[in-house]
Design a protein around this ligand. Structure first.
Ligand SMILES: *[C@@H]1O[C@H](CO)[C@@H](O)[C@H](O)[C@H]1NC(C)=O
Ligand SMILES: *[C@@H]1O[C@H](CO)[C@@H](O)[C@H](O)[C@H]1NC(C)=O
Ligand SMILES: *[C@@H]1O[C@H](CO)[C@@H](O)[C@H](O)[C@H]1NC(C)=O
Ligand SMILES: *[C@@H]1O[C@H](CO)[C@@H](O)[C@H](O)[C@H]1NC(C)=O
Ligand SMILES: *[C@@H]1O[C@H](CO)[C@@H](O)[C@H](O)[C@H]1NC(C)=O
Ligand SMILES: *[C@@H]1O[C@H](CO)[C@@H](O)[C@H](O)[C@H]1NC(C)=O
Ligand SMILES: *[C@@H]1O[C@H](CO)[C@@H](O)[C@H](O)[C@H]1NC(C)=O
Length: 433
């Protein structure tokens, strides 16, 4: 999720719930997935489309959000109630680093108190334990993820795991340390080690674990390795190897550059260049799927938000966006060298009851999904956060921040804006057949 400015805290709670679509398939029995041309196929060779929302677990506390307001079971129940078949669950590499260093900070108690301070942390910890009596102060972050994964499986929800950041805080800003290979917090070796560990753990313990999003929203950074497609190729393929060695069944999602807003060089089979005057000068690579043992596991991901408050007509909107990577889905385009499935792994806007109809974004996004039959992952479920730190904002850290873009209300007790869900999320589901 790119930097954006939230409208201040209107509470629009309601008890109404969207009607699940009959089109949506669910469950561990669909796994493993593989790819063929532009499609994701389930175990029986039938088409699968991700229809998900995001559930962040990558911020300071490094546990999934919302547990001070509701139980794991209650939160997971929103996915089927909303008609979704999957979740994009995010995590921070720092969580895995702490496992390797045997840090004492991995318990629920230390995680919450370190993030929120002793006074507020104690209150929030007790709220978490009262909603989730199976947890104790000593439950580790990974055990919380395990409980979430187990419950997702019990409710037939597919788990897509996304590496959102290295250091655990809100993503994403330019030069925030998490953005590009070799940046302040983005240690490439720890990232690959983290994927090796968690993909192996997920394969062994998470029955509906289907897929790995290697890295969210790669972006420019002033102090890092050269920002170019050659560097992307080197590190993304190395991380994909690590995931595949740990779990040969997992799909592997590749995000593009500039906050994952474009990835067209990959389906177009372009030469991936280094940067003149930098350590990658003169170096090139081409991403040829048949080079890799995971050739039938590759999925491209792309993000789309409405920061320009678009009023483009849908023909303009969809043709502009097509150029950013939808060639991957288009066998009729002579410029397309390799077909891949795509997933719109983030889209969303303020759930305030009117925005969905204020710009053409929502309408045209639905048209894009209809036209290209592309899976998607909405941003996001959370009605509020334990806390959010965003460098550059004053104050940088806000505890208990409301998330006006969240599907749920502040207390995670009801859908925030049923009219918005009815006119966006539900229509996005209906757009897939
Ligand atoms: C545990 O967290 C505290 C507070 O953030 C920090 O000062 C300390 O260095 C951490 N310990 C380890 C071993 O990471
Ligand atoms: C938590 O761990 C501490 C230190 O190992 C131990 O003293 C305590 O009994 C444990 N508490 C629970 C509830 O398991
Ligand atoms: C890499 O450089 C070649 C030669 O200049 C160019 O044709 C190609 O489009 C470049 N690749 C990308 C991804 O821009
Ligand atoms: C919803 O948000 C948009 C964009 O910030 C704003 O223009 C609109 O007035 C808001 N609607 C309501 C009901 O607050
Ligand atoms: C808003 O809704 C009205 C009435 O359904 C419709 O005519 C108009 O095109 C919509 N505007 C946008 C931007 O979707
Ligand atoms: C602690 O929580 C209270 C009440 O929610 C809030 O007003 C206060 O800002 C929080 N403290 C910090 C340090 O954020
Ligand atoms: C949310 O929880 C807070 C604290 O318990 C309470 O004051 C508030 O009334 C609740 N709001 C809703 C909409 O349930």
């Amino acid at each position: 999720m790119l930097f954006r400015y939230l409208a201040s805290g209107l509470l629009l709670g309601s008890t109404a719930v969207a009607v699940p679509s009959p089109n949506v398939k669910r469950g561990a029995s669909l796994l493993p997935f593989s790819t063929k041309g532009r499609d994701i196929l389930d175990r029986d060779g039938k088409l699968f489309n991700y229809v998900s929302t995001n559930w962040p677990g990558h911020q300071e506390a490094m546990i999934p959000e919302g547990l001070q307001h509701a139980s794991v079971e209650e939160i997971v129940s929103w996915f089927p109630k909303l008609g979704l078949n999957s979740v994009r669950l995010t995590f921070a590499i720092e969580m895995i680093d702490d496992i390797y260093s045997k840090s004492p900070n991995q318990t629920l108690e230390r995680s919450v108190l370190n993030a929120l301070g002793t006074t507020n942390g104690t209150i929030v910890l007790n709220q978490i334990l009262s909603h989730n009596p199976k947890f104790s102060k000593n439950t580790t972050r990974l055990q919380v993820f395990d409980a979430v994964a187990k419950e997702l499986a019990r409710q037939d929800i597919i788990l897509h795991l996304d590496n959102h950041v290295s250091k655990a805080f809100w993503c994403c800003g330019e030069n925030d340390g998490n953005g590009w290979f070799g940046e302040k917090y983005f240690d490439v070796d720890k990232w690959i080690r983290g994927w090796s560990y968690i993909a192996k753990h997920a394969k062994a313990n998470w029955p509906t674990f289907s897929s790995a999003g290697l890295r969210n929203e790669l972006r420019n950074a002033n102090t890092a390795e050269p920002v170019d497609w050659y560097t992307w190729y080197v590190h993304m393929t190395a991380a994909a190897n690590a995931v595949h060695e740990s779990d040969p069944n997992a799909l592997i999602f590749f995000s593009g550059l500039s906050y994952d807003t474009y990835i067209d060089p990959i389906p177009l089979g372009k030469t991936l260049n280094g940067t003149a005057g930098k350590s990658t000068a003169g170096k090139t690579a081409v991403f040829v799927p048949s080079d890799f043992p995971w050739k039938d596991k590759i999925v491209l991901e792309i993000h789309k938000y409405d920061f320009e408050n678009t009023q483009d007509d849908c023909e303009t909107f969809t043709s502009k966006w097509y150029q950013k990577g939808f060639q991957a889905l288009d066998a009729s385009n002579p410029a397309t060298k390799y077909l891949f499935p795509m997933v719109i792994s983030e889209w969303g806007f303020i759930q305030n009851g009117t925005y969905w109809n204020q710009t053409t974004y929502n309408k045209c996004l639905i048209e894009m999904v209809k036209k290209w039959q592309v899976g998607w992952q909405h941003w996001e479920l959370s009605g509020s956060f334990y806390l959010q730190t965003r460098p550059g904002r004053v104050p940088a850290t806000i505890q208990g921040l409301e998330e006006a873009w969240g599907l749920l209300n502040y207390n995670w007790s009801a859908v925030r804006s049923p009219v918005t869900v009815e006119n966006s999320l539900s229509k996005m589901i209906a757009a897939l057949h």
